[in-house]
Design a protein around this ligand. Structure first.
Ligand code: URA
Length: 244
C-alpha cells in the first residue's frame, strides 16, 4: 500500500465503524444521536461524572459508547471476517458486578448478545439465584467474535481483543469481576494455574477483586461442580453486601 492510499484506508475504516455502530444501535433501538446532532457527535458524560450512564434529552449515553465506536466493524483478527455478529457485551454500564466469559458461541454469534445459549441460560439462573437480574450486571467475553466450531481462543485473537475488554472494565469500574472458566481467568490474571486451583478465592484485576469460577458450560457437563460455583458467587454477594 502506497502512502497515498493511507487516507483512503482510514476513511474506509471510519465508514466501516459507523456502519457497524448504526447497525448495533438499530438493534438496541437507540436513537441515532450522532446522525441527528450537529457538531458534538456522541454526547459524553461531563468530566468527572460518577455515573457511567446518564439520560439526557431522552438519549441514553454510556461511557461504553466510545469503546463500541472504536471497535466498529472490527477486522483486527481473522475472526472478524468469520462472524455473523460482533458480541460486545450487555447489561448495566454502571454495574457493580461484571461477568467475563470466553467467547461467543453459535447462539451468541447469531443474536449479537452474550450468554444466550444453554450455558447462558444457566448463567441467567445463577444471576437470579444471587438475587439479581441480567440487567443489573454486565456480561461480556474475552473475545467479541466466535471462534470457528467454538475452538479455544488463540493468543493473537486474545491480544487483538483484550484492549477493548480492558476499556470496558475501566468504563464500568465494577466493584467485583467474576471470571467464568479457565480462559477468562487465565487472560485476566495472567496465570496458567488450573481453574480448579484459582476458583474459590479472590484475586485482583487492576485493583478490582476478581473471583474465578467454573464456566456454566462446564457445569452443564459436570453438574456436581454447581456447589462450588454457588460457594464462589456467595462470596461475591458477601463482598458486594459488606465490602469485605
Ligand atoms: N460461552 C461464553 O464464554 N460466552 C458466551 O457468550 C457464550 C458461551
Amino acid at each position: 500500500m502506497g502512502a497515498e492510499d493511507e487516507p483512503r484506508e482510514e476513511l474506509l475504516g471510519l465508514v466501516r465503524s459507523l456502519t457497524e455502530r448504526v447497525r448495533l444501535d438499530g438493534e438496541l433501538r437507540k436513537p441515532l444521536c450522532y446522525l441527528t446532532r450537529g457538531k458534538g457527535g456522541v454526547e459524553m458524560p461531563a468530566a468527572g461524572a460518577q455515573e457511567p450512564a446518564v439520560e439526557r434529552s431522552g438519549v441514553e449515553v454510556s461511557t461504553l459508547d466510545p469503546v463500541l465506536a472504536e471497535l466498529g466493524d472490527c477486522r483486527r483478527c481473522p475472526l472478524g471476517g468469520l462472524r455473523h455478529r460482533l458480541v460486545f457485551g450487555e447489561g448495566n454500564p454502571g454495574a457493580e458486578l461484571v461477568f467475563v466469559g470466553e467467547a461467543p458461541g453459535a447462539d451468541e454469534d447469531a443474536q449479537g448478545r452474550p450468554f444466550v445459549g444453554r450455558a447462558g441460560q444457566l448463567l441467567t439462573k445463577i444471576i437470579a439465584a444471587m438475587g439479581l437480574k441480567r440487567e443489573d450486571v454486565y456480561i461480556c467475553n474475552i473475545l467479541k467474535c466466535r471462534p470457528p466450531g467454538n475452538r479455544n481462543p488463540l493468543p493473537d485473537e486474545i491480544a487483538a481483543c483484550e484492549p477493548f475488554l480492558i476499556r470496558q472494565i475501566e468504563a464500568i469500574r465494577p466493584r467485583v469481576i467474576c471470571a467464568l472458566g479457565s480462559f477468562a481467568a487465565h487472560t485476566l490474571l495472567k496465570s496458567e494455574a488450573p481453574i480448579s486451583v484459582l476458583r474459590g478465592r479472590f484475586d485482583r484485576y487492576q485493583g478490582i477483586p476478581l473471583m474465578p469460577t467454573y464456566h456454566p458450560a462446564y457445569l452443564l457437563r459436570n453438574p456436581g461442580a454447581k456447589k462450588q460455583v454457588w460457594e464462589d458467587v456467595q462470596a461475591i454477594m458477601k463482598l458486594l453486601r459488606e465490602g469485605t
